[in-house]
Design a binder for this molecule. Structure first.
Ligand code: ADP
Length: 495
């Protein structure tokens, strides 16, 4: 069997037929509805307490901060009321010692200090007049209500949300470990430190980045068509959409505005199918899962998002490299033959180490349609240290990479299509357009990712070509900035 035939066999393992696509949509709908009825299901379906989405006419200046990993970002957003906004921000790396600080106060005092520095730099007038008033009175009495900035706090760690500005930290991830913060309300931790500095700031909303994406999209692009869904396809994947509160039959513990009859739900769809084994599973998916830090968890995310696609391709390519018959990357004149007589891949190549193949390389492969595939060959040589890859090598790499991402896009359509069906908006003659905002490097930069999603949407029963035509998927930028600001505004209206 030659390389081309071997490649076809590998590619075929990533086929995801229309029939499977439809079966997955049914299963997604089942799990989504189960998550609305009770906790502890595969899709968490977390109520966000956000009960309205913007329509572009919102106005005012709001603050937003984002604590998600290595950096802390503080920004102020001027919403101009015409779907546009102006945003200024400061970004600072979180000192390593604060990620594992003794007490939560150490970290949150640092965060509050950054907010103070930001206000001094960018809102000096406001800050000084407020500070002057404070010399006679203490916060919050020192400020008139309209002088107090409302702040949206994007906090990308697992929290149990108990209200629009209340949520208990469940556990730290991403290298943070401050035990005394666990179980506490993170908004209060931040507010207490802000108050200690006497800043004119109220933590108005606790924001999930996916909910922020939905808000940002709805403000900037929806116009009279409010957006239904915000979805992220970046390092991970997740989505948040508008659900009828009548359909959320599990208890919602905190207070919320009941007048709209709707609430944004954070699906946490990355964990779709954690236990049910309906997702497609090649040997490479299984190896990836087994060797991951969280086997058996986030199974949908492991087939869909940027962090994992490169690794699936790497594992498949690795097996092909080892197979004498496949004859991939076998140049007998290779300079690496002293290391291995069978392949012309450097021992240092990312192809040989876990996470060594960045998903960005798959975009390069997809974009190269030259007859000689010269860009891919260059990328293989420069980035992955493959010695003089042949045209056939590059064709094999492109085909496998394309197959893995195509399956990911079709799986992405499962979640998107299911949410569209769940909304019932396709059958509503009043709704001429269903708007969806997406964010993340994969959907932004991988060529034709959205087109592959559309192709799959057309094949979903109940959507079809006419339904797919009603769906508009557009990029939503900066959910943790403008999205968080918008949620702070919505929260202010509820005060
Ligand atoms: P995050 O989700 O962490 O906010 P991004 O949206 O930038 O950040 O997503 C980062 C992920 O996207 C990484 O897994 C990376 O491998 C992948 N990625 C980065 N650039 C590209 C690209 N050009 N094409 C496809 N995937 C990419």
């Amino acid at each position: 069997m030659g390389l081309a035939e071997h490649t076809s066999r590998v590619v075929a393992q990533f086929d995801f037929s229309d029939e499977e696509l439809n079966r997955h949509v049914d299963e997604f709908l089942k799990q989504a509805n189960a998550g609305l009825k009770q906790d502890g299901t595969s899709l968490s379906q977390i109520p966000s307490y956000v009960t309205a989405v913007p329509n572009g006419t919102e106005k005012g200046i709001y603050l937003a901060v984002d604590l998600g990993g290595t950096n802390f970002r503080v920004c102020s957003v001027s919403l101009n009321g015409d779907s546009t906004f102006n945003l200024v921000y400061n970004k600072v790396a979180i000192p390593k010692n604060l990620m594992v600080a003794k007490t939560a106060r150490d970290l949150f005092a640092f965060l509050a200090k950054q907010i103070e520095l930001f206000l001094r730099e960018h809102h000096r007038d406001h800050f000084e007049s407020a500070a002057h008033r404070r010399s006679t009175m203490s916060f919050p009495e020192g400020y008139r209500d309209e002088q107090i900035f409302r702040l949206g706090f994007t906090f990308s760690f697992p929290v149990q949300q108990l209200g629009i500005n209340k949520g208990k930290l469940i556990r730290w991830t991403k290298g943070f470990d401050i035990p005394d913060a666990v179980g506490k309300d993170v908004c209060k931790l931040l507010q207490d430190e802000i108050d200690r500095l006497g800043l004119p700031v109220k933590v108005a909303a606790l924001v999930n980045d996916t909910v922020g994406t939905l808000m940002a999209r709805s403000y900037t692009s929806a116009g009279k068509h409010r957006s239904l869904l915000g979805a992220i396809f970046g390092t991970g994947t997740n989505g948040a959409y508008i659900e009828k509160t009548a359909s959320i039959t599990k208890p919602i513990p905190g207070e919320y505005d009941k007048s709209t009859g709707e609430m944004v739900i954070n699906t946490e769809w990355g964990s779709f199918d954690n236990e049910l084994n309906v997702l497609p599973s090649t040997v490479w998916d299984q190896t990836l899962d087994r060797e991951s830090v969280n086997p058996g968890i986030q199974m949908y995310e492991k087939r869909v998002s940027g962090m994992f696609l490169g690794e699936i391709v790497r594992l498949a390519i690795n097996d092909m490299m080892k197979d004498d018959e496949a004859s991939l990357f076998r140049d007998t004149n290779s300079s690496y033959n002293d290391w291995s007589t069978t392949t012309n891949v450097s021992p240092q190549s990312g192809l040989l180490s876990q996470w060594g193949l960045d998903t960005a390389v798959l975009s390069v492969a997809a974009a190269d349609n030259t007859p000689e595939l010269s860009t891919i060959r260059q990328e293989l040589e420069n980035t992955l240290q493959v010695y003089t890859p042949s045209l056939e090598d590059a064709q094999a790499f492109k085909a496998v990479a394309g197959a893995v991402v195509r399956r990911a896009a079709r799986l992405a359509a499962v979640a998107i299509g299911a949410i569209v069906l769940q909304s019932g908006k396709l059958d509503d003659p009043e709704e001429e357009l269903i708007d969806i905002g997406v964010d993340g490097s994969l959907v932004e930069h991988y060529p034709f990712f959205r087109d592959m999603i559309y192709e799959a949407l057309r094949a979903i029963e109940g959507i079809g070509p006419s339904g797919a035509n009603k769906i508009r998927i557009g990029i939503a930028k900066d959910g943790s900035g403008v999205g968080a600001a918008l949620i702070a505004l919505i929260a202010q209206k509820m005060e």
